[in-house]
Ligand binder design. Structure first.
Ligand SMILES: Cc1ncc(COP(=O)(O)O)c(C=O)c1O
Length: 437
């Protein structure tokens, strides 16, 4: 790793150097847990993670920077003409923002706090969209002050607010266009009807505001790739109608909804999206295509490590209690009706038994996995939950069991880190990666 103040572990790894547990805890927290680590082989990574386990009572996340880079590369390969604006609400970790910024990704922020985080990394405000159709006045004023201009709206009231507090904003009207199969639908809450969109565009023009395009979000966890060409069809109609009225829109924002850890589904969405744009080539010529992927980038970048803090042996099924639950990392169990299945860190025994996993909260809903076959596990054993980067760490609270949010540790290979540094060197902003937190 070049040019950073992160410790690089060379030669003996800390687990080899340390003796008793206390000594280990002290040294590990000084050397190893401070920040990003360059790790080039799986064994070294395994040992580093085991060192963290030795000193952790709480669950923790491990972020794989290489995975984030791979997702970015795949996006550029399959959707080269659609500029991604990473949806920060999905995972607002500064390291994710910095790596994506260095690679050339733009950002979708939904609040003042998210704007502050992205701007604090040195990102040019022209690379940010304030993609919340219902903004707080103070947040809007903050955006105006910091020259964040691109934003969405879907009502007349929002236009009035923007006129008063940010009259120079560049506006995208957000329309409703839901996927038929989706984890969380957005359209019941945000997005005007396509018919209403033209009225809002007219209204914005009459008010002397700068209307520049259209946005939609098919819903998060979209399982229907055809939702994208359908929404593109609606946008095409609006673009044509506006043009006939002499209003030249120049941007279409295809939102989020792209899957985590499902490259084939992503490839299908990309193919259908590109196909729809080619079919309407005349209408979309010269249009700046952008998107707001969240889950796609963050999901598979993080794994969550949680340990067993209690066991109950019932006649037919063993209950395990772990140290992270539905309030926070596993909110997806009720908000998205999703189950995250773990893999035991150590035991690979074939003696699998019907099991169930509870979180630590004093509520019945904290049932994380209703049915799973697990080998016999002991108190203190660790479970690994893959694909835990989206809408998890951002929502993890300090709770009665843990005095802080779970920590996040990052690793990256030397080749990948060099790539990030090189991209950053070429970028306009030259982010301070030396302050990688
Ligand atoms: C306006 C907006 N853009 C983008 C996203 C990111 O969606 P996803 O994580 O499905 O890509 C969301 C998610 O809630 C959103 O509300």
């Amino acid at each position: 790793m070049k040019n950073t103040n992160c410790a690089i572990i060379k030669g003996k790894s800390p687990h080899q150097m340390l003796g008793n547990r206390d000594q280990k805890a002290a040294m590990v927290s000084d050397i190893m847990l401070s920040s990003l680590k360059t790790v080039d082989d799986d064994d070294e990574l395994k040992h580093l993670i085991e060192d963290i386990m030795q000193i952790s009572d709480d669950s923790f996340y491990v972020g794989d920077v290489g995975e984030l880079i791979n997702s970015f590369k795949l996006w550029k390969k399959l959707l080269p003409n659609v500029t991604p604006y990473y949806a920060v609400k999905c995972n607002d970790e500064l390291n994710i923002i910095k790596v994506l910024a260095a690679l050339g990704c733009n950002f979708d922020c939904a609040s003042q706090d998210e704007l502050t985080r992205v701007l604090s990394c040195g990102v040019d405000p022209a690379r940010i969209i304030f993609a919340n159709p219902t903004k707080l006045r103070t947040h809007l004023i903050y955006a105006a002050r910091h020259k964040v201009q691109l934003m969405t709206f879907d009502t007349e009231q929002e236009l009035e607010k923007i006129k008063e507090h940010h009259p120079d904003a560049k506006l995208l009207v957000r329309i409703r266009s839901d996927a038929k199969v989706v984890t969380i639908q957005m359209g019941h809450k945000f997005g005007c009807t396509p018919e209403n969109a033209m009225q809002l565009i007219d209204k914005a023009v009459k008010m002397g505001l700068r209307i520049v395009g259209i946005a939609f979000h098919v819903g998060t966890g979209c399982k229907e790739p055809e939702a994208f060409p359908r929404a593109i069809g609606l946008c095409a109609k609006i673009l044509k109608e506006a043009k006939m009225k002499g209003i030249h829109l120049n941007t279409v924002d295809v939102g989020g909804g792209f899957p985590e850890n499902e490259p084939d589904t992503f490839a299908k969405m990309a193919e259908l999206l590109k196909g729809a744009l080619e079919e309407q080539n005349d209408t979309f010529k010269g249009i700046n295509m952008i998107a707001e992927p969240g889950r796609y980038f963050a999901g598979s970048t993080f794994k969550l490590y949680a340990s067993i803090i209690g066991i109950r042996h019932n006649p037919d099924v063993t209950w395990y209690y772990i140290n992270r639950g539905i309030i926070g990392a596993f909110n997806c169990v009720f908000s998205e009706n999703l189950t995250r299945y773990p893999i035991p860190w150590k035991s690979r025994s074939d003696n699998l038994k019907p099991s169930l996993i509870w979180g630590p909260e004093e509520i019945q809903k904290d049932l994380l996995v209703k049915e799973i076959l697990l080998p016999p596990l002991k108190d203190g054993d660790w479970l690994v939950f893959p694909t835990m980067g989206a809408y998890t760490v951002t929502l993890d609270p300090v709770n009665w069991l843990a005095s802080s949010k779970p920590k996040v540790y990052y690793h990256v290979s030397k080749v990948d880190w060099d790539l990030v540094q090189e991209a950053n060197g070429k970028s306009k902003e030259h982010l301070h990666l030396a302050n990688f937190v």
